[in-house]
Design a protein around this ligand. Structure first.
Ligand code: SF4
Length: 288
C-alpha cells in the first residue's frame, strides 16, 4: 500500500495567515483529486516552511534558501509527482534570490508558493526583503516579487493571492497546480499572509488589495501590459492581486519534459534496487 506521512498539529500562532494557505492547499488538492502520496510539499526555512508537517502528504524540509533547487530535484527524480515548494519571503527573496530568478527560466513544472508577511516571523520580527519603509529597523524600499517575475520572459504562471480571501486563493492554487500537472512549467504564487504576532497587516492589506482582473486593460497573456498595470497599481499605493500571467498557448514546456521526454528519471534507474543490488550489498558489507 502506498503511504504518505501523517499530519501533525500546527505550531503556528492563532490567526497566522499561513492557516489560510494550508486550508487552500488541502482544498485545491482535493478538488483536483490529487492522491496524497503523489503530492510532495517541500518546506523552506521559517514559520511557513513547516507547512508540510501539517498535511498528510510526503514532504521534506529544505536547506535555507535552497528550497527551489531541492523541489526541482524532486520533480526531476520523479516527474509524475505534483511538487509544491512552500516558503516565506525571507527564505525566498534573500538567501534564495538566485534560485528564484533562475526558476522562471528553467521552467520546471512545480508550484512555488511564497507566504509573504513582510518580516522574519520565526526569529521575532526583523525586516525582510519585502518590509515596507517605516517598518521598524528597515531603511530600504521593498522588493516586488511580481514585478520581477513579470520581467523575466518565460512561459510561467504568475499570480498573487491574499489569506483574507481563501476562496480566490483556492481557485488560483487550483489553476497553478493544473498548470504544473499539464507539464506547462513553473507556477509562482505569492500569498499575502499576515504575521499576526510581529506584523499584523490584515486590516491594511484588506484596504489595499486590488484584483487586477477588474482593472481596465487587464490581459494576463501580455507581460508588458501586466507589468505596467501592476507597476501603476503599486505606485498608487495599492497591492495588485489575482492572476498576472498565463501563457497564451497551452504548450507543454516544462523542464522535466525536455530533459526526460520518456518520463523515466535517471534517479529512478540509478538508485533502483534491482540493477544495483550487488553494489549496495558490497557497500553494506563494507560497513559491517
Ligand atoms: Fe505566523 Fe508570525 Fe506566528 Fe510565525 S510568528 S506563526 S508568521 S503569526
Amino acid at each position: 500500500m502506498v503511504q504518505s506521512a501523517k499530519a501533525r498539529p500546527s505550531i503556528w500562532c492563532p490567526g497566522c495567515g499561513d492557516f489560510g494557505v494550508l486550508a487552500a492547499v488541502k482544498k485545491a488538492a482535493q478538488n483536483l483529486k490529487i492522491p496524497n502520496h503523489e503530492l510532495v510539499l517541500v518546506g523552506g526555512i521559517g514559520c511557513s516552511g513547516s507547512i508540510h508537517n501539517f498535511v498528510e502528504v510526503n514532504g521534506l524540509h529544505a536547506l535555507h534558501g535552497r528550497l527551489l533547487a531541492q523541489a526541482i530535484g524532486v520533480k526531476l527524480a520523479n516527474p509524475s509527482l505534483t511538487v509544491v515548494a512552500a516558503g516565506g519571503d525571507g527564505d525566498g527573496y534573500a538567501i534564495g534570490m538566485g534560485h528564484f530568478m533562475h526558476a522562471f527560466k528553467k521552467n520546471a513544472s512545480i508550484l512555488y508558493l511564497v507566504m509573504n508577511n513582510e518580516t522574519y516571523g520565526l526569529t521575532k520580527g526583523q525586516p525582510s526583503p519585502t518590509s515596507q519603509l517605516g517598518f521598524e529597523g528597515n531603511v530600504e524600499p521593498p522588493f516586488h516579487s511580481v514585478l520581477t517575475a513579470l520581467s523575466i520572459p518565460a512561459p510561467n504562471f504568475i499570480a498573487r493571492t491574499f489569506s483574507g480571501d481563501p476562496k480566490t486563493m483556492t481557485a488560483v492554487l487550483e489553476e497553478g497546480l493544473r498548470f504544473n500537472r499539464e507539464g506547462r512549467g513553473f507556477a509562482f504564487i505569492e500569498d499575502l499572509s499576515p504575521c499576526v504576532t510581529y506584523n499584523d497587516t490584515y486590516k491594511q492589506w484588506r484596504e489595499q488589495v486590488v484584483d487586477v482582473a477588474k482593472l481596465p486593460g487587464y490581459d494576463p497573456t501580455d507581460r508588458k501590459a501586466m507589468f505596467r498595470l501592476c507597476y501603476e497599481t503599486i505606485e498608487a499605493g495599492k497591492i495588485p492581486i489575482g492572476v498576472m500571467h498565463r501563457p497564451k498557448a497551452p504548450a507543454a514546456d516544462g523542464l522535466e519534459l525536455k530533459l526526460l521526454p520518456d518520463h523515466v528519471s535517471p534517479a529512478a534507474t540509478d538508485i533502483g534496487l534491482g540493477a544495483n543490488r550487488s553494489a549496495y550489498e558490497k557497500l553494506i558489507g563494507g560497513l559491517a
